[in-house]
Write a protein that binds this ligand. Structure first.
Ligand code: FE
Length: 311
């Protein structure tokens, strides 16, 4: 059985009624978007001749996705978050903004409220015997290439088990372990002393992985660190750097890897003098270049629900 009913007046009337398009009250934008998305869904049901069983499997999946708290994880895994970056990149080209550190996705694991320190922050609060020391340092520059004083670099990353504090299913990490923020001084430099992260995957029993399994996709990311970089009068940068050599760098389930975000990792000695747990450590130098506002506005500032922990 394959029927085509989408174009029927009855269906079009139903779409209008369900989204209350005929009324002037309510939120016009919400009505516009809901009408479009519902119409596209109805059309897809017709085109693909989706069965009721398939529709209810999708409805039930949506329920479970919410119970698992994984909607934002799925948004990353299905490329929705990457698509928003592709659109912002295109908007930048249209506004003739070039240069600047490439943006990449935020992901769902940021926590607000990490302490801000001047110049340097040691963010490995909990012992992690399986992770070696890592120093990340560099400078923040503005559109003129000059160092920015008073810029804030926020960093967050996983531990050697691939878990983030606050979201750790083993509850083994203190609040703000491997999370911190540094305010740059006159020379624009920042430094984080931390531990080497490893890659991680979606919760294996979660609804995101369940869907990825149907698509024959893995749900893993290569080792990486997340950053926000902010400075008054410039656009907020959301980005990540990858740890070079990780086999999944170009096979990231969230499509976050970009050229320009895989800095070299060098081996150094002298860690003991820096307060690191062993003398030999890894170092990454990475500079952040911020970009100007567009018509006086930060058009890459994203509002989304983020976890908060009271300090
Ligand atoms: Fe991450």
């Amino acid at each position: 059985m394959s029927v085509k009913v989408f174009a029927n007046q009855e269906v079009q009337d139903l779409l209008e009624a369900a989204t209350n398009l005929g009324s002037n009250s309510g939120n016009a934008r919400a009505k516009q978007i809901t009408h479009r998305l519902l119409s596209d869904l109805f059309k897809a049901i017709d085109d693909l001749d989706m069965t009721p069983d398939e529709i209810w499997a999708g409805v039930n999946f949506t329920n479970r996705l919410g119970q698992d708290g994984e909607a934002a994880l799925l948004a990353a895994g299905l490329g929705l978050e990457k698509y928003l970056d592709i659109r912002m990149d295109a908007a930048d080209r249209q506004a003739e903004i070039d240069g600047g550190t490439p943006r990449t996705i935020e992901g769902p694991l940021y926590v607000e409220g990490a302490p801000v320190r001047d110049g340097m922050s040691k963010i490995d609060l909990d012992a992690d015997p399986n992770a070696g020391p890592l120093v990340i340092r560099g400078a923040v520059t503005g559109p003129d290439g000059k160092p920015l004083a008073g810029a804030v670099v926020e960093c967050w990353h996983a531990n050697s088990k691939g878990f983030y504090s606050h979201f750790d299913p083993t509850d083994a990490q203190s609040a703000f372990n491997l999370r911190g923020a540094v305010r740059t001084g006159q020379d624009g430099t920042y430094e984080f002393r931390t531990l080497m992260p490893v890659g991680y995957g979606c919760p294996p029993q979660g609804s995101t992985q369940q869907l990825l399994n149907l698509l024959a996709r893995h749900g893993n990311r290569s080792a990486h660190l997340h950053f926000f970089v902010t400075s008054n009068g410039l656009r907020k940068l959301t980005t990540q750097i990858n740890i070079e050599g990780d086999p999944l760098i170009w096979d990231d389930f969230a499509y976050a890897t970009r050229e320009g975000l895989i800095p070299p990792v060098t081996e150094k000695t002298g860690g003991t003098a820096l307060g690191l747990k062993v003398d030999t450590y890894k170092e990454i130098e990475f500079n952040f270049a911020l970009t100007p506002m567009v018509q006086g506005k930060d058009n890459q500032l994203v509002n989304r629900l983020r976890a908060t922990v009271a300090v």
